[in-house]
Design a protein around this ligand. Structure first.
Ligand SMILES: Nc1nc2c(ncn2[C@@H]2O[C@H](COP(=O)(O)OP(=O)(O)OP(=O)(O)O)[C@@H](O)[C@H]2O)c(=O)[nH]1
Ligand SMILES: [K+]
Ligand SMILES: [Mg+2]
Length: 366
C-alpha cells in the first residue's frame, strides 16, 4: 500500500471515530501516525512520485515572498505590476509552469517576489505541480495567498488546508515547548501552565507511538495535541501570510468593503492598478523588516543605503550586511535610536545587541 492510501485509511478511521474522552488517546495516536505519513510523503526520497523539492530559484534580496493561489487568479499579472518582470499572464489556467522571480525595491530593501504555478486541490498529495509549489512556499518569509474576489470563499480554506498539509503553519508562532531527546532516564514531563486542550496521558501515548522512551518535555503554553505533534516532527515552518483578494474591479463596492474588513486581508485589482501601493506597505509590515543606517566616524549616516534585516537581528547581522570581514575583527559598536539605552544618545554595544528599526550604527574594528 502506498503512503497516499495509508493516509487515506487513517483519515477514514479518524472520521469514523467519535470524539470523546474515551477515544481521545486513540485519536491522538492516529493524528501522530497521519503526521508521520505526511512527512514521509514530502521526503525527497519518497517513491510515491514527485519528491518534495521546490523549484530551484536562488534566493535574492533581503526577503522572499511567495504568491500562492489557484490557477488564473492573477498571480502573474500582479508580479508584472509590482516588479519589472514579465511573467506570462493569460486567460487560460496553468499559464505559469515554473517559479518566476521578480524584485520589489522598497524603502531601500530588495524583496524577492516569486510567481508560482497555480495549485489545485490535492496539490500537497502530489497533484499537478502542487508539491513543488508548496515546497517552494516553505522557503518564503511571507506568503501571499492570492484569491479571486469573484469566486467563492471556499478557495481560501482549501489553500489553507494544502499549506497545512505540507507542514506550513500560517500566522502562528512555534509552540513554546522544550523537547529534548535522551539516551536513558525515561520521560520527564513538566507543564508550567494548566493544559486545557491536551493532557499528559495523551502526550505520553504519542511519545510511545514515536518510540520515544527517553526524553524531557517541558510545556510552557496551553497547546493542543496537534501542536505537540508539530514540535515532535520538528520540520514545521511558521510563516506569516496575507490574504489578497484580486479582481475587485469585478465585484460590487459592498462586497469589496466587506472583504477589506477581514483581518490580514488586502483587496486589489492587479489589472486596474488598484490598491497596489497599500499592498506593498502591508508586505513590508508583515515581513517584520527593520532597516539600520550605518555611519562612519565624523560624517552623517548614509540614509540612502540602509541595511535591511528581519526583526530580531543583531549588530552581528549588521556587520555581515556591510562586509564579511567585519564581524571577525569587531571591537564594539555605537548605536543611536530606539535600541539605545540612552536614546537620543549613543550606547556602546557588542555583537549580540538587538537592533531596532531606524537605528544608526557605527562599527569599530580592531
Ligand atoms: N478583472 C480582472 N481580471 C484580472 C485581474 N488580474 C488578472 N486578471 C485576468 O485574469 C486572468 C489570469 O491572469 P494571470 O495573471 O495569468 O493569472 P495566474 O494566477 O498567474 O494564472 P496561472 O499562471 O495560470 O495560475 C487574465 O485573463 C488576466 O487578465 C484583475 O485585477 N481584474
Ligand atoms: K492564467
Ligand atoms: Mg501565472
Amino acid at each position: 500500500m502506498g503512503i497516499v492510501e495509508k493516509i487515506k485509511e487513517v483519515e477514514e478511521e479518524m472520521a469514523r471515530t467519535q470524539k470523546n474522552k474515551a477515544t481521545e488517546y486513540h485519536l491522538g495516536l492516529l493524528k501522530a501516525k497521519l503526521a508521520r505519513y505526511r512527512a514521509q510523503l514530502l521526503e525527497p526520497a519518497a517513491k510515491s512520485g514527485g519528491g518534495g523539492t521546490g523549484f530551484d530559484v536562488q534566493k535574492a534580496g533581503d526577503a522572499r515572498v511567495a504568491l500562492i493561489g489557484f490557477p488564473s487568479v492573477g498571480k502573474s499579472t500582479l508580479l508584472n505590476k509590482l516588479t519589472h518582470t514579465a511573467s506570462e499572464a493569460a486567460a487560460y489556467e496553468f499559464t505559469t509552469l515554473t517559479a518566476i522571480p521578480g524584485v520589489i525595491e522598497y524603502k531601500g530593501a530588495r524583496i524577492q517576489l516569486l510567481d508560482l504555478p497555480g495549485i489545485v486541490e490535492g496539490a500537497s498529495q502530489g497533484r499537478g505541480r502542487g508539491r513543488q509549489v508548496v515546497s517552494t512556499a516553505k522557503t518564503a518569509d511571507l506568503i501571499l495567498i492570492i484569491l479571486d474576489a469573484t469566486k467563492s470563499d471556499e478557495q481560501r480554506r482549501l489553500l489553507e488546508i494544502e499549506l497545512d498539509t505540507v507542514g506550513i503553519r500560517l500566522n502562528k508562532q512555534r509552540p513554546d515547548v522544550v523537547f529534548k531527546r535522551k539516551t536513558t532516564g525515561g520521560i520527564t514531563f513538566t507543564a508550567t501552565v494548566k493544559l486545557t486542550k491536551t493532557d499528559e496521558k495523551t502526550i505520553r501515548t504519542i511519545l510511545a507511538g514515536y518510540k520515544l522512551h527517553n526524553c524531557d518535555v517541558m510545556i510552557r503554553e496551553d497547546i493542543t495535541t496537534d501542536e505537540f505533534i508539530d514540535v515532535l516532527i520538528g520540520t514545521r515552518k511558521y510563516i506569516p501570510c496575507v490574504y489578497v483578494y484580486n479582481k475587485v474591479d469585478a465585484i460590487s463596492l459592498e462586497q469589496v468593503d466587506k472583504l477589506a474588513r477581514t483581518p490580514r486581508t488586502v483587496v486589489i485589482s492587479a489589472e486596474m492598478d488598484l490598491n497596489l501601493e497599500y499592498l506593498v506597505d502591508r508586505i513590508w509590515e508583515h515581513l517584520n523588516m527593520v532597516k539600520v543606517y550605518t555611519k562612519k566616524r565624523g560624517v552623517h549616516p548614509d540614509l540612502d543605503d540602509p541595511i535591511c534585516m528581519r526583526k530580531g537581528s543583531t549588530i552581528e547581522h549588521v556587520c555581515d550586511g556591510v562586509h564579511r570581514s567585519l564581524a571577525p575583527n569587531f571591537k564594539y559598536a555605537l548605536v543611536w535610536g530606539k535600541s539605545s539605552k540612552f536614546n537620543p544618545h549613543a550606547q556602546k554595544v557588542g555583537l549580540n545587541h538587538l537592533v531596532q528599526d531606524e537605528d544608526v550604527v557605527s562599527i569599530f574594528t580592531k
